[in-house]
Design a protein around this ligand. Structure first.
Ligand code: GLY
Length: 367
């Protein structure tokens, strides 16, 4: 069964039969005779391309990039642009981005800028990509570890979400996606949070059980609907799209610092989970978020993600990075907070002292 979700400037098809969607797309009467370029990373080349390639014309071109956030940069873009040129991509060419958020962010950016923009389709293969990164037209790359500093809004022709691609996804990647599903629950859908609360409580283990994975897969559509409704109203993040940044003011700063310092960098999910706990603490201080909800939700998140404490020595550097983030303006720290679950609010000019307090709170709830 296919569900088509309207995100304003593009549709997202949630399906158990991605092949038929690709067939319809490639053989549509307006599709013309365009050349097809698949951008994959080394993992999705191995695990996901074999599922896709049979539905593509034999003449499709493959461009493989190195995986991981560390390679989400302009050097990788340059290599992809060069291959597009060498392989003869013209302005009618179609790029299919097959991968997680790194591939769809970078591949979307490459397509949006090559010859002033060619069409692209996203086929997210990670949970995070399905519920967040592949939808809504944010494309871009990192600059010297600063996340997503270079980029533009450019909307995919279509996003095709099929959970079949999750079969080979490692557990830590599932957790990255769950962090974003929790975020969508916190900002807009109390039901998502209720289900997760109960299921996570019953599955306190580092290895995700098959039944928990099935429940998570069932929530993909709901989580996408939360994002699509927001993006439809505010595609260019002037107002309510900012709500999707809950947990990301602190989370992106932690990721930036970790990418530059840690041997094993924090995953996006860990960073956002940490960010959400800090920002819920700020919400309790500044926007009336109930104390009881802060305790319950912090402990659910901490149970699900084995989180690292924030080193005291990193506190000031984090504040510095947060001030440089594109969500801040004129050095003032802005952040999405919650009045209660389902009621986000943008708060401006948050003091560094309160942020420091939130880091201490976060550390106090980690084992
Ligand atoms: N990941 C947040 C957004 O797309 O706006």
């Amino acid at each position: 069964m296919n569900t088509i979700i309207n995100a304003g400037r593009h549709d997202i098809v949630v399906t158990n039969d991605f092949g038929s969607i690709i067939n319809d797309m490639l053989h549509h009467k307006d599709a013309g005779n365009r050349s097809i370029f698949v951008i994959a990373d080394e993992h999705t080349q191995l695990h996901c391309l074999p599922l896709l390639s049979g539905f593509l014309p034999a003449t499709f071109h493959l461009i493989v990039i190195k995986p991981g956030e560390i390679n989400k940069n302009l050097q990788t873009c340059q290599a992809v642009w060069e291959q597009l040129l060498e392989k003869g991509a013209d302005r009618n060419a179609l790029v299919i981005n097959l991968g997680g958020g790194m591939v769809t962010d970078l591949g979307g950016f490459v397509a949006a800028t090559y010859k002033r923009g060619i069409h692209f389709v996203n086929i997210p293969t990670s949970l995070l990509g399905m519920v967040d990164a592949s939808c809504g037209g944010k494309t871009g790359v990192d600059l010297n570890h600063y996340k997503n500093m270079i980029g533009l809004f450019s909307f995919p022709e279509k996003v095709i979400v099929d959970p079949v691609f999750l079969k080979t996804l490692p557990d830590n990647e599932w957790k990255n996606g769950v962090a974003e599903i929790i975020k969508h629950g916190l900002i807009a859908d109390t039901q998502i949070l209720e289900v997760l609360k109960n299921e996570i409580k019953n599955n306190r283990s580092d290895n995700l059980t098959i039944s928990l994975k099935e429940i998570i897969v069932d929530m993909i559509e709901k989580a996408i609907q939360v994002k699509a409704a927001i993006v439809e109203k505010d595609p260019f993040e002037k107002n309510e799209r900012m709500f999707l940044n809950l947990g990301h003011t602190v989370g992106h700063a932690l990721e930036t610092l970790s990418l530059s310092q840690d041997e094993i960098a924090l995953s996006h999910g860990e960073a956002i989970a940490t960010g959400m706990i800090c920002e819920l603490h700020l919400s309790m201080k500044l926007s009336g978020f109930p104390h009881d909800d802060l305790s319950t939700i912090s402990s659910i998140i901490s149970d699900f993600f084995p989180l690292r404490k924030i080193r005291d020595a990193a506190f000031q550097e984090l504040i510095h990075i947060i001030k440089a983030d594109k969500k801040s303006s004129d050095g003032a720290i802005n952040c999405v907070l919650l009045r209660k679950v389902g009621e986000p609010v943008i708060f401006k000019n948050i003091s560094a002292d309160l942020l420091l307090e939130s880091f201490h709170f976060y550390n106090s709830v980690q084992k």
